[in-house]
Design a protein. Structure first.
Ligand code: FAD
Ligand code: NAI
Length: 464
């Protein structure tokens, strides 16, 4: 049978792939997208960002009703948890959004192929296998957006029961008595928070001597204190060497330290790119030593007409980074222009309070020998934070000592994940701290704290 021809075939319908497909269709290309899972949206929509944020929201409401409503003069009697109902709501949110991507594909006339895609030698050939038959596709351009999956840890094998990854931790059908989390990164803290709020004892085992490696050290240290107050237990400097079932529990072994026992083990030690059975060898693509697909500044692999974006290439494994790369890649193919400003890609950890960052950390600036000025403003001095009853945390702004250009913004506090977008815009526009300080911010809002941090860079914050 003749191969179905398209201008662009995208492999993978995660935030990188589906957004690239839509943008390419907007630009007039005849686009196909191959996805091996029936629901579109990738890790992010199905088993990542969206279900985790749904559970973080529900669990925080539960915890507020239990512990914080009284401070507002609201008394709740007979509060109970309907875990099945909470999980159902999360699934409904996921279904609505994955169906939404289907609708967007229809609207943009993107052909969807169901099945596992494999490159089939040079010349833009792709084979799609759905278990019953194989389809041949042919395209001028191919975009690999196959994403990532949970990394495994030697000696700790997911067993479909007590030991699992984030995917299982998004659907435990009972609140664990004691959840042992291996890894004090994004997933460990977000999903650890969910189950702690719902009543589990949670112990986080982290290999390094700090949590949230890569984020500003002062912010991470404060985050640890705040999360400890919420009942999360941390054991740092722990190298986990194995986990085994014993009686009705799991024993997690740690090198040179006492083992920890729990009834659930969540392995959250990072993610690895999906490149298995992708036919890379058929077009001569050799992987980077950590398993990523190597690309140049325009996301081109070494193979003619084949590009890659998102979690399958190096850089932060974040949905918005994947989207940005997808758009830049296809815009460049069609218009000759397309660029990602990696300095302006923010990151958010959706704990309570949230933690958010954009640009350089203080450690990075020190290491690079950059002369900088620092402005800090605490949420306890912000009127809106007081009215919300959420005064924990602060904002740190780092600006170049000579030019005043904003180099980094780090926030731990209420709605940090929303506040950081203003900081990212400022970084993207090359704004100075004075630009932000001289912008009138609405009162009473949390955004005023960002402005005060900008004023603090010049030593003229008003409310502290
Ligand atoms: P993916 O979303 O992984 O999509 C790749 C798709 O390709 C998948 O659907 C896969 O089935 C398909 N595929 C793979 N190989 C083939 C093949 N050969 N043929 C056909 N299809 C194939 N990021 C954030 O920015 N914010 C968050 O809040 C956040 N929360 C997260 C929470 C969790 C629990 C997890 C696990 C991740 C989270 N992330 C978050 C990370 C985010 O999900 C990823 O960075 C993002 O999904 C990467 O997008 P992608 O398009 O590169 O790949
Ligand atoms: P991570 O890289 O954030 O954290 C993994 C942690 O595990 C590290 O601190 C590491 O030192 C530790 N570790 C590694 N081996 C260990 C061992 N043997 N024993 C103890 N600790 C060990 O990875 P995580 O949390 O799995 O998340 C994967 C990625 O998914 C994140 O890096 C992020 O890119 C993305 N993500 C983003 C979210 C967001 O944007 N809010 C939420 C969840 C995931």
């Amino acid at each position: 049978m003749a191969a179905a021809e398209h201008d662009l075939v995208v492999i993978g319908a995660g935030p990188g792939g589906y957004v690239a497909a839509i943008r390419a269709a907007q630009l007039g290309l005849k686009v196909a997208c191959v996805e091996e899972v029936s629901a579109l949206g990738g890790t992010c929509l199905r088993i990542g960002c969206i279900p985790s944020k749904a559970l973080l929201e529900s669990s925080e409401r539960f915890s507020e009703a239990k512990e914080k409503f009284e401070t507002h003069g609201i008394h709740v009697n007979g509060l109970t948890l309907d875990l099945a109902g909470m999980l159902r709501r999360k699934e409904q949110v996921v279904t609505t959004l994955t169906k939404g991507v289907e609708a967007l594909f229809k609207k943009n006339r993107i052909t969807r192929y169901f099945g596992h895609a494999r490159l089939d030698g040079p010349g833009g050939r792709v084979v799609v296998a759905d278990g019953k038959e194989e389809k041949q596709l042919k395209a001028r351009w191919i975009l690999l957006a196959t994403g990532s999956r949970s990394a495994e840890l030697a000696g700790v094998k997911p067993d479909g029961a007590g030991v699992g990854t984030s995917t299982e931790a998004l659907r435990y059908n009972q609140v664990p008595k004691h959840l042992v989390v291996i890894g004090g990164g994004y997933i460990g803290l977000e999903l650890g928070s969910v189950w702690r709020r719902l009543g589990a004892r949670v112990t986080v085992l982290e290999y390094l001597d700090r949590i949230l490696f890569g984020l500003d050290a002062e912010v991470a240290a404060d985050a640890r204190k705040i999360l400890e107050k919420q009942g999360l237990e941390f054991r740092l400097g722990c190298r986990v060497t194995g986990a085994r079932a014993e009686d009705d529990q799991y024993v997690v072994d740690i090198e040179g330290q006492e083992a920890v026992r729990g009834d659930r083990v969540l392995v959250a030690v990072g993610r690895i790119p999906n490149t298995h059975d992708l036919g890379l060898e058929s077009v001569g693509i050799e992987l980077h030593k950590k398993g990523f697909i190597p690309v140049n500044d325009h996301f081109a692999t070494g193979a003619e007409g084949i590009y890659a974006i998102g979690d399958v290439i190096t850089g932060p494994m974040l949905a918005h980074k994947a989207e940005e790369e997808g758009i830049a890649c296809v815009e460049r193919l069609v218009t000759g222009h397309g660029h990602v400003n990696y300095d302006a890609i923010a990151a958010v950890v959706y704990t309570h309070p949230e933690i958010a960052a954009v640009g350089r950390t203080e450690e990075q600036l020190k290491q690079a020998g950059t002369d900088y000025r620092k402005g800090v403003f605490p949420f306890r001095a912000n009127g809106r934070a007081r009215t919300l009853g959420q005064v924990e945390g602060w904002i740190k702004m780092l600006a170049d000592a000579k030019t005043d250009r904003i180099l980094g913004v780090h926030i731990i506090g209420p709605h940090a994940g929303d506040l950081i977008n203003e900081a990212a815009t400022a970084v993207a526009f090359g704004a100075s701290s004075e630009d932000l300080a001289r912008t009138c911010h609405v009162h009473p809002t949390l955004g005023e704290a960002l402005r005060e941090a900008a004023l603090a860079v010049a030593g003229r914050a008003i409310h502290i």
